[in-house]
Design a protein around this ligand. Structure first.
Ligand code: NAI
Ligand code: MG
Length: 503
């Protein structure tokens, strides 16, 4: 017996509930959340000096440059430009501090590193906002990745400071001396932590130069060093551009240079250091490959691929900028990639919902745009992604991927350092490995498959310092990081990273 309701249903058949069409939804604004701007605004001084021998001093030339917020193009502060004389003063301060610092028992040095780590945690919110304002990266990344990892590096190395003889049994660990450290703009505070923490844990003293577009968090770190009572001269922070970096590299009073940045400048530094007794580690560019085999968990792989290319707007030396997909699943992967990348929110880096923030500088945006043009000119097809309008002011770039890419295309060979992915296909595992290795770089790689034996076989044969298996962009102070070939040499993190700071 049928009820009245049943009869009504059979007379006017109800429609199936509408399925969520992700593509239409992305365009319709369904993925746009209400603005959720971070409310903290850290105090920023009008001008900053150089941190030499435990205090801030004016540059001898009185020259200054400005650092801006790349999302608004507004000036944040005036920064001192260190010349050779200033660098010399910093190196002398580091040299003078070396005997007492290196003679301090490891457990005493450790206390200072612990204090820095805790202070970074206590001031985490302020540092995260500052990092985002000065460099353009989304607040959720500075808050959840950069600052916690920077603190983790100090904690980790504090733990090593009194155990160096156990890290290297049979060897009497001694510091290298005065270390000159030059870092880039993509992870400003994190790179400062990667450089300073192992150096001072091992009893060295340092002169560090942050990148000219992102000096503010390194200068905050200088304040923290003073605040926690780190002996003057152990950490010196000088600001400036390439000429200041070159003054550090060429200073005869420096025992070791550690550089992270472009392959081009890395080569210049290698040439300058070659005829000297200085030690050198270089962490340079990359063109890392993600390889998806047909047996991989595709949704998981797509999530990792997307994270590997848009994280920090692609300003990541190990960005997974080349994607090799096994031919049988190419169409599926491309469709899923398009759907997922359409949902990325591009815009105000201080908004907690933003996935893709501002490009770090006008110059970097111009570089990326040049590659976008070359991709089209060489015959690849570009797929623009990301939801919402790009802000009218500031340096922004829509994340995208290219299909129909040939290995000879510039977008498949050169480091772009932006949210731009080159998608290619392969038939056999042999082909995947040889194509992934067909690059002058060798920093990182990702392998996606369900098969354990394939994972280990592929990882072993890839020329890359780091190979992530069914994941991507995972960093930890206990794990060494660094490259092969033109991606540089030397490792940072883990015991390998410590050994670079021991004679
Ligand atoms: P860059 O290599 O010029 O800058 C990195 C650092 O080196 C900065 O602190 C800079 O002031 C310093 N520097 C510049 N010239 C120097 C010299 N002659 N001697 C000593 N230090 C010097 O990188 P840039 O021009 O900002 O970016 C260009 C390209 O480099 C990017 O498009 C990207 O492809 C790559 N890059 C790679 C990075 C990585 O983490 N591997 C980081 C930054 C850039
Ligand atoms: Mg800036």
């Amino acid at each position: 017996m049928s009820t009245a309701a049943d009869r009504a249903r059979s007379e006017s058949p109800t429609q199936a509930p509408p399925r969520l069409d992700l593509r239409a939804a992305a365009g319709s604004g369904i993925f746009e959340y209400a603005p959720a701007p971070e409310s903290v605004r850290p105090a920023i001084a009008d001008r900053y000096g150089l941190f030499i021998n435990g205090r801030f001093t004016d540059p001898t030339s009185s020259k200054r440059f400005t650092t801006i917020n790349p999302a608004t193009e507004q000036t944040l502060a005036e920064i001192a430009e260190a010349n050779e004389q200033d660098v010399d003063a910093a190196v002398k301060a580091a040299r003078a501090a070396l005997p007492a610092w290196s003679a301090l028992p490891g457990k005493e040095r450790a206390k200072y590193l612990y204090r820095i780590a805790r202070r970074l945690q206590e001031r985490a919110r302020e540092l995260a906002v500052l990092e985002t304002m000065d460099g353009g990266k989304p607040i959720k990344e500075s808050r959840d990745v950069d600052i916690p990892l920077a603190a983790a590096h100090f904690f980790h190395h504090a733990g090593w400071a009194d155990k160096l003889q156990y890290a290297f049994p049979g060897r009497e660990p001694k510091p290298v001396g005065v270390c000159g450290q030059i870092i880039p703009w993509n992870f400003p505070l994190l790179m400062a932590a990667w450089k300073i923490a192992p150096a001072i844990a091992c009893g060295n003293t340092v002169v560090l130069k942050p990148a000219e577009t992102t000096p503010l968090t390194a200068l905050r770190l200088a304040e923290i060093c003073a605040e926690i009572g780190l002996p003057p001269g152990v950490v010196n922070i000088v600001t400036g551009a390439g000429a200041t970096g070159a003054a550090i590299v060429n200073h005869p009073g420096i025992d070791k240079i550690a550089f992270t940045g472009s392959t081009e400048v890395g080569k210049l530094i290698a040439r300058a250091v070659a005829p000297t007794r200085k030690r050198l580690t270089l962490e340079l560019g990359g063109k890392s490959a993600n390889i998806i085999f047909e047996d991989a968990s595709i949704d998981q792989a797509v999530e990792g691929i997307v994270e590997g290319i848009y994280f920090n707007q692609g300003h990541v030396c190990c960005a997974g900028s080349r994607l090799f997909v096994q031919e049988s699943i190419l169409d599926t992967v491309i469709a899923k990639l398009r759907d997922r990348m359409r949902t990325l929110r591009v815009g105000d880096p201080l908004d907690k919902n933003t996935d893709v923030g501002a490009i770090n500088s006008k110059a970097q945006l111009a570089t990326i745009e040049k590659y976008l043009e070359s991709g089209a000119e060489e015959g690849a097809e570009r797929h623009d992604c990301g939801s919402g309008e790009l802000p009218a002011k500031g340096y922004f770039c829509r994340p995208c991927f290219f299909t129909g890419v040939q290995p000879s295309h510039a977008i498949a060979r050169e480091e772009i350092f932006g949210p731009v992915l080159a998608v290619m296909s392969f038939r056999t595992p042999e082909e995947a490995i040889s194509r992934a290795n067909n690059t002058p770089f060798g920093l990182a790689a990702g392998v996606w498959t369900d098969k354990g034996s394939k994972i280990f076989d592929t990882a072993r044969r890839l020329d890359a310092g780091v190979v992530w298996l069914n994941t991507y962009n995972k960093f930890d102070p206990t794990s060494p990081f660094g490259g092969f070939k033109e991606s540089g040499f030397g490792r940072e993190g883990g015991r390998h990273g410590l050994s670079a700071y021991l004679a």
